[in-house]
Design a protein around this ligand. Structure first.
Ligand code: PGA
Length: 255
């Protein structure tokens, strides 16, 4: 059952080393102690243990930016879902567009990673979204629904939580967040695919849709105020404590 509070997932990407991650996590853990919004921090793999320690006993949660599709074995440099879980990770980002674009992550790999995350009892945050060219070709809905379908191929949710983040590729790090009606339209497309795939489960209870792409203090209330969205995935604006406080304060108001 999905957390009923709106989610703020901070994707720190490759921006912080161990010390900077731990410092920011400690500040947030202290100052967001009684915060009703669910804040999830996703540092680099190497900082997970340090951040886990900093947010221990706080209301914050830990997320990872990626995962291996294998449960264990000979796969140099990869990290298994069980290893993440051992460190206190609860959420795992899968299929971020930067990995699709620059690291050769395929639909098949994303499908296997999703399976691994669900198998281990963690909550996947599946990222989908069209490129600017696909949008210009009027293929946006087709691309989004295709990505959701192939990521979930042969996967039974059986009541497990799933988060899908709509992140238009061109809106990431560009200061060009989409308007709320567009994010809601994409959320409807995603929800329709899920309803078609999972007729037996209550999609409302176990699946949440997020928006990501240039979310900041000026626009966050629009997204988190929407009934169709369960929260936001934030990159650039999640790198500074003061910006996070301002964004989360706005989320608390619209809750
Ligand atoms: P951004 O990144 O907030 O910097 O646009 C979002 C993301 O890539 O998840």
């Amino acid at each position: 059952m999905l957390n009923k509070n709106k989610l703020f997932i901070a994707n720190w990407k490759m921006n912080f080393g161990w010390q900077a991650s731990v410092d920011l996590a400690s500040t947030l853990a202290k100052d967001l102690a009684t915060n009703p919004t669910k804040v999830v921090l996703c540092p680099a793999f190497t900082s997970l243990a340090g951040v886990a320690k900093s947010i221990h006993d706080s209301s914050l949660s830990l997320g990872a930016q990626d995962v291996s599709w294998l449960d264990k074995g000979n796969l140099t440099g990869e990290v298994a879902a069980a290893t993440l879980k051992e460190l206190g990770v609860e959420y795992v980002i899968v299929g971020h567009s930067e990995r699709r674009q620059y690291l050769g992550e395929t639909e098949d790999m994303i499908n296997k990673k999703l399976q691994a995350v669900l198998r281990s009892g963690l909550i996947p945050v599946l990222c989908v979204g069209e490129t600017f060219a696909e949008r210009q070709q009027e293929r946006k809905d087709f691309v989004i629904s295709g990505q959701v379908e192939s990521a979930l191929k042969d996967i039974k949710l059986n009541g497990k939580d799933l988060l899908v983040a709509y992140e238009p590729v061109w809106a990431i790090g560009s200061d060009q967040a989409v308007k709320i009606d567009e994010a809601e339209a994409a959320a409807r497309v995603i929800k329709q695919v899920l309803i078609d795939l999972y007729p037996d489960i209550d999609v409302k209870k176990t699946v949440g849709i997020l928006y990501g792409g240039s979310v900041d203090e000026s626009n966050i209330s629009e997204f988190t105020g929407s009934k169709l969205l369960s929260g936001v995935l934030v990159g650039g604006a999640s790198l500074h404590a003061d910006e996070i406080f301002k964004m989360v304060a706005k989320m608390n108001i619209v809750k």
